[in-house]
Write a protein that binds this ligand. Structure first.
Ligand SMILES: [Zn+2]
Length: 259
């Protein structure tokens, strides 16, 4: 009988089942169990990390949607205008805070920040712990303002914001997007950098998932909706940051080696 054989050599002389069940693992058995657990963990890791990335992307999408809704509430209270382009504690993260309330809404769950920065400048926390930029609507201001007023606008001195009603297609016009890690830009400006902020400052692939890892990122739209767009889809075939038709159709200047 196997029980007898198992108990032989234990030194107890007992042949009862109760004692034999407590026989210790041998080293070889233990190593086999550890190896099997290791293989199982290795098999499950990709599925787990993929599920974690997906959950993070959905959480981020909910946050940028809250920002989009806060923009609508703000414009309702300010005669239909979005926050004007101003600096420091007058920027949109501060102006919209009474509407989105929780500062966590400014942070993508896949982004990370140095905890030192808000300690250095506590009143700038909303600017420093922030993953999103607002549309600067450069194309609209450039066509609507005189040349000198447009320069004042670019210098954060123009007191008016764009009216929400100026957007002909709110369901297809981006108001918030995810900025690349480490960027301190506040607005998405067509007129900055070599290719414009939509190429150089927006992280279009923060949430990589799927087999090809091409990824995409989350955007809020002027109608209060939010959605995930695959890499490049925010600017091609139509530039969803633009208000005016000629800008929506203009080819985006890709810069090789752009950050
Ligand atoms: Zn995100």
């Amino acid at each position: 009988m196997s029980v007898v054989k198992t108990c032989r050599g234990t030194g107890t002389g007992s042949k009862t089942l109760g004692i034999c069940r407590w026989r210790a693992f041998t080293l070889v058995e233990l190593l086999v169990v550890v190896a099997i657990l290791g293989i199982l963990a290795a098999l499950m890791m990709p599925a787990l990390s993929s599920a974690k990335a997906k959950a993070s992307s959905i959480s981020c999408l909910n946050r940028v949607r809250q920002l989009g809704l806060s923009l609508i509430l703000y414009s309702d209270d300010f005669e239909g205008q979005y926050p004007p382009r101003r600096q420091s504690t007058n920027t949109w993260p501060y102006r919209l805070q009474p509407y989105y309330r929780d500062a966590k809404m400014l942070e993508c769950t896949s982004d990370s920040f140095s905890w030192l920065l808000p300690m250095i400048a506590p009143d700038m926390k909303l600017m420093l712990r922030r993953s999103f930029v607002i549309n600067g609507f450069n194309d609209w201001f450039q066509s609507d303002l005189t040349a000198s007023n447009y320069q004042a606008f670019l210098a954060w001195q123009w007191p008016q914001g764009m009216k929400a009603a100026a957007i002909p297609n709110p369901t297809e016009t981006i108001v918030f997007g995810e900025k690349r890690k480490g960027s301190y830009h506040v607005h998405m400006d067509f007129s900055q950098g070599q290719a414009g902020n939509d190429v150089e400052e927006i992280d279009q692939a923060r949430h990589a998932s799927g087999a090809n890892k091409a990824g995409g990122s989350n955007f809020a739209f002027a109608d209060g909706s939010a959605r995930f767009l695959k890499f490049g889809r925010s600017t091609t075939p139509e530039n969803l940051w633009a208000v005016r038709d000629e800008w929506r159709r203009a080819p985006v200047r890709q810069v090789i080696g752009a950050p």
